[in-house]
Design a protein around this ligand. Structure first.
Ligand SMILES: Cc1cc2nc3c(=O)[nH]c(=O)nc-3n(C[C@H](O)[C@H](O)[C@H](O)COP(=O)(O)O)c2cc1C
Length: 301
């Protein structure tokens, strides 16, 4: 997830049992230009064994050039984003724009495959809008071009994050292609994740918003699969948030970390009793010491 899944956050997700995390999505053009800022987004945390790198691109040439550079980093998979609906990405003909042109998706995947023997995957939405539902065509073209797996967030581009993810489409995709299918969409609890896997037959489930401020969801899902119930208390949540902050500060410096962690703290404290006061205080916190003080005061209360 762009803006969230940096190395510090991925480390916590893996610690909690995530099998594979994706680094933040990067522009193929920026990688092609050798942008240092973009390449830094692909750095691993120490000991990170598996990571997915995801690019957005609008042409086979740009994607191929990016894959040449990314190949050297030896990620576990290289993914082509065909679902992002952020205006800046759409304007450059990337992300969900590709859903209107399944043949182009196939050409881009083929160009990526020609540059690497690492698995190349695609991440789709259902289509551009209700009149242009193309995920089966897009998946078909991608697989024919050599995609090793297909991920689907079963909403259209025009839906954004509105309405409900259509689980039925995951089941349909699963029967339509011979490669593994990864299911995404409205997976906020261990029950959601297990029910989606059971009902649709997908090979893997992707947690997105459900992991924000809640890396524990991976441990909860694993526990649920084993028939156990896992409950993570408030103290552990907040202590993990402080560890997250410390890791961010180590990677980006205290000032940047304190600013960037605000959105994460808002997520970590969601639903906590008296959490609103905690969030109000955090918005002004500019040092790690201040974050600690706010958390300690809250826990003491
Ligand atoms: C803040 C945010 C950033 C996201 N960034 C990406 C991204 O960079 N690449 C991608 O494939 N999907 C991205 N997504 C979509 C998610 O991967 C996921 O498919 C979608 O949120 C549906 O799952 P959910 O309802 O469980 O959150 C993002 C979603 C959010 C909320």
């Amino acid at each position: 997830m762009a803006g969230y899944t940096d190395a510090s956050f991925r480390a916590l997700c893996v610690e909690q049992g995530a099998a594979l995390c994706y680094a933040e999505m990067v522009s193929a053009e920026a990688i092609h230009r050798g942008s240092d800022r973009t390449l830094r987004l692909l750095e691993r945390f120490p000991g990170e064994r598996h990571v997915g790198h995801q690019i957005f691109a609008s042409s086979p040439a740009a994607a191929a050039s990016a894959v040449r550079a990314i190949h050297r980093l030896a990620p576990t998979v290289i993914d082509l984003n065909c679902g992002c609906s952020v205006p800046k990405v759409l304007k450059s003909g990337c992300g969900a724009t590709l859903l209107r042109d399944p043949v182009l998706i196939g050409r881009i995947v083929r160009a990526m495959r020609d540059e690497t023997d690492l698995p190349v995957t695609v991440k789709l939405r259902l289509g551009w809008d209700e009149r242009t539902i193309t995920y089966l065509d897009c998946a078909g073209e991608a697989v024919r071009a050599g995609a090793a797996a297909v991920a689907l967030h079963p909403r259209t581009r025009s839906q954004g994050f509105g309405g409900r993810a259509r689980r039925g489409a995951l089941a349909e995709l699963k029967t339509a292609v011979a490669v593994p299918v990864f299911g995404s969409g409205d997976l906020f609890t261990a029950d959601d994740a297990v029910a989606t896997a059971d009902e649709t037959g997908v090979d893997a489930i992707m947690i997105a918003r459900g992991a924000l401020g809640n890396p524990f969801i991976f441990a909860e899902i694993r526990a649920r699969i084993e028939g156990r119930e896992l409950r993570v208390g408030t103290r552990e949540r907040l202590e993990t948030a402080l560890r997250h902050l410390a890791a961010e500060a180590g990677a980006k410096g205290e000032q940047v970390a304190c600013r960037e962690m605000r959105k994460h703290f808002v997520a970590y404290t969601k639903g906590m009793q008296g959490g609103a006061g905690l969030r109000q205080a955090i918005v002004h916190a500019a040092t790690i010491a201040r974050y600690r003080e706010i958390v300690e005061n809250y826990l003491a209360d």
